[in-house]
Ligand binder design. Sequence first.
Ligand SMILES: O=C(O)CCC(=O)C(=O)O
Ligand SMILES: [Fe+2]
Length: 282
Amino acid sequence: MKLEDYQFFQQNGYLSLGKILTDEELAFYLRLYDQDRKGKKQFWFDYGHHHQTANYDVLVSTPEFDGLIRHPKVIKPLSDLMGGDVCFSEIGIRHMEAYTGEPRHCVWHRDGDVRGGRHLLEHPLRLRNIQLMVYLSDVSESTHCFSISPESVGQPILDKADQLERGGVHNLYGEAGTAIVFNFSVLHTATVRTTNSERKTVQVYYGHRNQPHMANDSLIPVGFWKNHPDEEVRNFYGVLNDKTRKYLETGGDDEKSLDQAAQILYNIDYKNRQKQSLAPDA
Ligand SMILES: O=C(O)CCC(=O)C(=O)O
Ligand SMILES: [Fe+2]
Protein backbone atom coordinates (compact mmCIF):
# COMPACT_ATOMS: atom_id res chain seq x y z
CA MET A 1 0.00 0.00 0.00
CA LYS A 2 1.21 3.51 -0.74
CA LEU A 3 2.56 5.34 2.29
CA GLU A 4 0.06 8.15 1.75
CA ASP A 5 -2.84 5.67 1.89
CA TYR A 6 -1.53 4.18 5.14
CA GLN A 7 -1.12 7.67 6.54
CA PHE A 8 -4.64 8.63 5.49
CA PHE A 9 -5.99 5.65 7.45
CA GLN A 10 -3.80 6.63 10.38
CA GLN A 11 -5.22 10.16 10.34
CA ASN A 12 -8.85 9.29 9.63
CA GLY A 13 -9.63 5.69 10.63
CA TYR A 14 -10.86 4.85 7.12
CA LEU A 15 -9.68 4.67 3.51
CA SER A 16 -11.48 4.56 0.20
CA LEU A 17 -9.94 1.91 -2.06
CA GLY A 18 -11.66 3.49 -5.07
CA LYS A 19 -13.47 1.43 -7.71
CA ILE A 20 -12.00 -2.02 -7.13
CA LEU A 21 -14.43 -4.01 -9.29
CA THR A 22 -14.29 -4.19 -13.07
CA ASP A 23 -17.61 -3.76 -14.86
CA GLU A 24 -17.74 -7.55 -15.37
CA GLU A 25 -17.11 -8.25 -11.69
CA LEU A 26 -19.70 -5.68 -10.68
CA ALA A 27 -22.30 -7.26 -12.98
CA PHE A 28 -21.40 -10.70 -11.60
CA TYR A 29 -21.82 -9.74 -7.91
CA LEU A 30 -24.87 -7.60 -8.59
CA ARG A 31 -26.60 -10.51 -10.28
CA LEU A 32 -25.75 -12.80 -7.35
CA TYR A 33 -26.96 -10.14 -4.90
CA ASP A 34 -30.28 -9.69 -6.71
CA GLN A 35 -30.82 -13.45 -7.03
CA ASP A 36 -30.10 -13.91 -3.33
CA ARG A 37 -32.44 -11.12 -2.25
CA LYS A 38 -35.29 -12.29 -4.49
CA GLY A 39 -34.85 -16.06 -4.30
CA LYS A 40 -33.46 -16.75 -0.81
CA LYS A 41 -35.75 -14.65 1.35
CA GLN A 42 -35.52 -17.04 4.29
CA PHE A 43 -32.07 -15.63 5.01
CA TRP A 44 -33.09 -11.95 4.90
CA PHE A 45 -34.37 -10.00 7.87
CA ASP A 46 -35.30 -6.48 8.81
CA TYR A 47 -32.25 -4.80 10.27
CA GLY A 48 -34.42 -2.05 11.76
CA HIS A 49 -32.57 1.04 12.86
CA HIS A 50 -30.44 1.44 9.75
CA HIS A 51 -33.45 1.38 7.40
CA GLN A 52 -31.95 -1.85 6.08
CA THR A 53 -32.72 -5.46 5.35
CA ALA A 54 -29.82 -7.88 5.42
CA ASN A 55 -28.60 -11.42 4.94
CA TYR A 56 -25.67 -12.42 7.14
CA ASP A 57 -25.47 -16.04 6.04
CA VAL A 58 -24.25 -15.26 2.57
CA LEU A 59 -21.55 -17.95 2.71
CA VAL A 60 -24.44 -20.43 2.98
CA SER A 61 -26.94 -18.89 0.57
CA THR A 62 -24.49 -17.61 -2.12
CA PRO A 63 -21.00 -18.94 -1.40
CA GLU A 64 -19.62 -17.26 -4.55
CA PHE A 65 -19.26 -14.10 -2.43
CA ASP A 66 -16.08 -15.74 -1.13
CA GLY A 67 -14.51 -14.31 -4.30
CA LEU A 68 -15.31 -10.78 -3.15
CA ILE A 69 -14.33 -11.42 0.49
CA ARG A 70 -10.88 -12.60 -0.66
CA HIS A 71 -10.59 -10.32 -3.70
CA PRO A 72 -6.88 -9.55 -4.29
CA LYS A 73 -7.61 -5.81 -4.40
CA VAL A 74 -9.05 -6.16 -0.91
CA ILE A 75 -6.80 -8.67 0.81
CA LYS A 76 -3.57 -6.83 0.07
CA PRO A 77 -4.54 -3.43 1.58
CA LEU A 78 -6.33 -5.19 4.44
CA SER A 79 -3.23 -7.20 5.30
CA ASP A 80 -1.10 -4.04 5.14
CA LEU A 81 -3.42 -2.26 7.56
CA MET A 82 -4.09 -5.15 9.94
CA GLY A 83 -0.54 -6.55 9.86
CA GLY A 84 -0.08 -10.30 10.34
CA ASP A 85 -2.65 -12.88 9.30
CA VAL A 86 -6.19 -11.75 8.64
CA CYS A 87 -9.30 -13.88 9.16
CA PHE A 88 -12.94 -13.71 8.14
CA SER A 89 -15.29 -12.42 10.85
CA GLU A 90 -18.69 -11.61 9.28
CA ILE A 91 -20.47 -10.81 6.02
CA GLY A 92 -23.75 -9.02 5.44
CA ILE A 93 -25.30 -8.17 2.12
CA ARG A 94 -27.58 -5.27 2.86
CA HIS A 95 -30.32 -3.35 1.14
CA MET A 96 -31.69 0.15 1.72
CA GLU A 97 -34.98 0.99 0.03
CA ALA A 98 -35.98 4.31 -1.49
CA TYR A 99 -37.14 6.65 1.27
CA THR A 100 -39.64 9.49 1.56
CA GLY A 101 -38.98 10.64 5.15
CA GLU A 102 -36.62 13.28 6.49
CA PRO A 103 -32.91 12.73 5.77
CA ARG A 104 -30.94 11.73 8.88
CA HIS A 105 -27.83 10.01 10.14
CA CYS A 106 -29.46 6.83 11.43
CA VAL A 107 -27.49 6.09 14.57
CA TRP A 108 -23.93 7.17 15.32
CA HIS A 109 -22.12 4.29 16.99
CA ARG A 110 -18.85 2.42 17.39
CA ASP A 111 -18.91 -1.30 16.61
CA GLY A 112 -17.45 -3.71 19.14
CA ASP A 113 -16.93 -7.46 19.32
CA VAL A 114 -19.14 -9.86 21.30
CA ARG A 115 -17.08 -9.24 24.42
CA GLY A 116 -17.46 -5.46 24.07
CA GLY A 117 -13.89 -5.01 22.77
CA ARG A 118 -13.41 -1.94 20.61
CA HIS A 119 -10.12 -0.25 19.63
CA LEU A 120 -7.15 -2.59 20.08
CA LEU A 121 -4.91 -0.03 21.69
CA GLU A 122 -1.69 -1.99 21.34
CA HIS A 123 -2.15 -2.18 17.53
CA PRO A 124 -0.39 0.59 15.53
CA LEU A 125 -3.74 1.59 13.95
CA ARG A 126 -5.82 0.66 17.01
CA LEU A 127 -7.44 -2.00 14.80
CA ARG A 128 -9.24 -4.92 16.40
CA ASN A 129 -11.59 -5.52 13.46
CA ILE A 130 -11.95 -3.78 10.14
CA GLN A 131 -14.99 -3.48 7.88
CA LEU A 132 -14.94 -3.58 4.11
CA MET A 133 -17.91 -1.78 2.59
CA VAL A 134 -18.48 -2.44 -1.11
CA TYR A 135 -21.04 -0.28 -2.89
CA LEU A 136 -22.90 -2.29 -5.55
CA SER A 137 -25.01 0.75 -6.49
CA ASP A 138 -23.91 4.32 -7.19
CA VAL A 139 -23.70 6.34 -3.96
CA SER A 140 -23.80 10.15 -4.06
CA GLU A 141 -25.22 13.25 -2.36
CA SER A 142 -28.66 12.22 -3.60
CA THR A 143 -28.67 8.62 -2.31
CA HIS A 144 -28.27 6.83 1.02
CA CYS A 145 -24.63 6.62 2.04
CA PHE A 146 -22.16 5.55 4.70
CA SER A 147 -20.89 8.31 7.01
CA ILE A 148 -17.94 8.38 9.38
CA SER A 149 -16.48 10.88 11.84
CA PRO A 150 -12.70 10.80 11.23
CA GLU A 151 -10.47 9.96 14.18
CA SER A 152 -6.69 9.84 14.16
CA VAL A 153 -4.76 7.10 15.97
CA GLY A 154 -3.02 9.83 17.95
CA GLN A 155 -6.21 11.32 19.34
CA PRO A 156 -8.03 10.46 22.54
CA ILE A 157 -11.23 8.44 22.02
CA LEU A 158 -14.18 10.69 22.79
CA ASP A 159 -17.88 10.22 23.42
CA LYS A 160 -20.22 10.69 20.44
CA ALA A 161 -21.02 14.39 20.78
CA ASP A 162 -17.41 15.40 21.39
CA GLN A 163 -16.13 13.21 18.57
CA LEU A 164 -18.64 14.70 16.11
CA GLU A 165 -17.63 18.19 17.17
CA ARG A 166 -13.90 17.45 16.86
CA GLY A 167 -13.93 15.23 13.75
CA GLY A 168 -16.99 16.42 11.85
CA VAL A 169 -18.64 14.12 9.33
CA HIS A 170 -17.38 12.59 6.10
CA ASN A 171 -20.15 11.25 3.85
CA LEU A 172 -18.54 8.66 1.59
CA TYR A 173 -19.55 8.52 -2.06
CA GLY A 174 -18.49 6.47 -5.03
CA GLU A 175 -19.79 4.75 -8.11
CA ALA A 176 -20.92 1.14 -7.96
CA GLY A 177 -17.88 -1.09 -7.46
CA THR A 178 -16.23 1.28 -4.96
CA ALA A 179 -14.87 -0.11 -1.70
CA ILE A 180 -14.11 1.56 1.63
CA VAL A 181 -12.33 0.08 4.66
CA PHE A 182 -12.70 1.47 8.17
CA ASN A 183 -11.78 0.73 11.76
CA PHE A 184 -15.06 -0.75 13.09
CA SER A 185 -14.70 1.25 16.31
CA VAL A 186 -14.40 4.67 14.69
CA LEU A 187 -17.73 6.51 15.03
CA HIS A 188 -19.95 5.85 11.99
CA THR A 189 -23.51 5.47 10.76
CA ALA A 190 -25.66 4.76 7.76
CA THR A 191 -27.23 7.96 6.42
CA VAL A 192 -30.70 7.92 4.85
CA ARG A 193 -31.77 10.54 2.36
CA THR A 194 -35.05 11.35 0.68
CA THR A 195 -34.36 9.40 -2.50
CA ASN A 196 -35.80 7.19 -5.19
CA SER A 197 -32.56 5.20 -5.27
CA GLU A 198 -31.96 1.99 -3.39
CA ARG A 199 -28.53 1.27 -1.91
CA LYS A 200 -26.97 -2.18 -2.29
CA THR A 201 -23.86 -3.10 -0.31
CA VAL A 202 -21.66 -6.00 0.70
CA GLN A 203 -20.21 -5.42 4.18
CA VAL A 204 -17.47 -7.75 5.41
CA TYR A 205 -15.64 -7.72 8.73
CA TYR A 206 -12.15 -9.13 9.16
CA GLY A 207 -10.10 -9.81 12.26
CA HIS A 208 -6.70 -11.01 13.44
CA ARG A 209 -6.27 -14.79 13.39
CA ASN A 210 -4.71 -14.72 16.84
CA GLN A 211 -7.71 -12.94 18.44
CA PRO A 212 -11.00 -14.54 19.48
CA HIS A 213 -13.99 -14.40 17.09
CA MET A 214 -15.69 -11.02 16.65
CA ALA A 215 -19.36 -11.89 16.26
CA ASN A 216 -21.91 -14.67 15.96
CA ASP A 217 -23.89 -13.46 12.98
CA SER A 218 -22.38 -15.34 10.03
CA LEU A 219 -22.17 -19.10 9.77
CA ILE A 220 -18.89 -20.37 8.33
CA PRO A 221 -19.75 -23.49 6.31
CA VAL A 222 -17.49 -26.57 6.44
CA GLY A 223 -16.68 -26.08 2.76
CA PHE A 224 -14.51 -23.13 3.76
CA TRP A 225 -12.83 -23.89 7.10
CA LYS A 226 -12.63 -27.69 6.92
CA ASN A 227 -12.95 -29.06 3.40
CA HIS A 228 -11.46 -26.30 1.27
CA PRO A 229 -8.48 -27.68 -0.69
CA ASP A 230 -6.30 -24.61 0.01
CA GLU A 231 -4.83 -24.54 3.52
CA GLU A 232 -4.56 -20.75 3.49
CA VAL A 233 -8.30 -20.49 2.81
CA ARG A 234 -9.07 -22.99 5.59
CA ASN A 235 -7.01 -20.86 7.97
CA PHE A 236 -8.58 -17.61 6.76
CA TYR A 237 -12.03 -19.01 7.62
CA GLY A 238 -10.75 -20.93 10.62
CA VAL A 239 -11.60 -18.60 13.51
CA LEU A 240 -14.94 -20.23 14.25
CA ASN A 241 -17.68 -18.37 16.09
CA ASP A 242 -20.25 -19.73 18.55
CA LYS A 243 -22.96 -19.81 15.89
CA THR A 244 -20.85 -22.10 13.73
CA ARG A 245 -20.05 -24.34 16.73
CA LYS A 246 -23.74 -24.58 17.65
CA TYR A 247 -24.61 -25.41 14.04
CA LEU A 248 -22.02 -28.20 14.06
CA GLU A 249 -23.36 -29.57 17.36
CA THR A 250 -26.88 -29.57 15.95
CA GLY A 251 -26.25 -30.83 12.44
CA GLY A 252 -22.79 -32.41 12.35
CA ASP A 253 -19.98 -31.49 10.00
CA ASP A 254 -21.14 -33.00 6.73
CA GLU A 255 -22.02 -30.67 3.84
CA LYS A 256 -25.71 -29.68 3.82
CA SER A 257 -28.21 -28.78 1.12
CA LEU A 258 -29.38 -25.18 1.14
CA ASP A 259 -32.75 -26.17 2.63
CA GLN A 260 -31.18 -28.31 5.37
CA ALA A 261 -28.82 -25.48 6.29
CA ALA A 262 -31.64 -22.93 6.31
CA GLN A 263 -33.71 -25.17 8.61
CA ILE A 264 -30.89 -25.55 11.15
CA LEU A 265 -30.16 -21.82 11.02
CA TYR A 266 -33.84 -21.07 11.57
CA ASN A 267 -33.87 -23.26 14.66
CA ILE A 268 -30.65 -22.01 16.22
CA ASP A 269 -30.90 -18.35 15.20
CA TYR A 270 -33.58 -16.81 12.99
CA LYS A 271 -36.59 -17.86 15.06
CA ASN A 272 -35.14 -15.92 17.99
CA ARG A 273 -34.62 -12.70 16.07
CA GLN A 274 -36.56 -9.76 17.44
CA LYS A 275 -37.40 -8.59 13.96
CA GLN A 276 -38.82 -11.49 12.01
CA SER A 277 -37.18 -12.87 8.93
CA LEU A 278 -39.01 -11.27 6.01
CA ALA A 279 -40.42 -14.61 4.98
CA PRO A 280 -39.95 -17.11 7.83
CA ASP A 281 -41.63 -19.91 5.93
CA ALA A 282 -40.10 -19.26 2.53
O1 LIG B 1 -24.58 0.53 6.36
C1 LIG B 1 -23.97 1.52 6.75
O2 LIG B 1 -23.83 2.54 6.04
C2 LIG B 1 -23.34 1.50 8.10
C3 LIG B 1 -23.71 0.26 8.81
C4 LIG B 1 -22.96 0.03 10.08
O3 LIG B 1 -22.96 0.78 10.96
C5 LIG B 1 -22.23 -1.21 10.25
O4 LIG B 1 -22.21 -2.02 9.34
O5 LIG B 1 -21.64 -1.42 11.31
FE1 LIG C 1 -21.65 -0.13 12.59
